[in-house]
Ligand binder design. Sequence first.
Ligand code: ZN
Length: 133
Amino acid sequence: MRKKRTISVRHPQLVRFRNALREVISTAKRVETRKLLDEGKGLRPTESEADGKRVWELSDKQSKLAYAWDSSICVCVLCGSRTCDMTFNSHMKEWFCVKCYEKYHRFYERKAKEGELWYGEDFPHTPSSEWWP
Ligand SMILES: [Zn+2]
């Protein structure tokens, strides 16, 4: 069984600092995404091969930026919270706020006790009881 990992901050000043840092990172992500979108506005991918290549590059950068943000400890991938302590789900390789993690952990634990197990497309060899350790 894989272990989960929770990063908790208790001291009020550190909580404010953590949340402010997450806000700075979020703002930087938004600004960079806006720059990429603006750069692509004047391009005509159907008329120019170079523009088509550039649109693909810009789109790829936006996707990577969004993926980096979504998989960071800054945000819960389920509820979008940026102000909570986070728990890393080592099975799914994603961060969730403590409340979301516990909710899903309890759900899958209860379903396993009732004898209900699933195998998803992404995890065909791992029963649902191990998705939220
Ligand atoms: Zn959450």
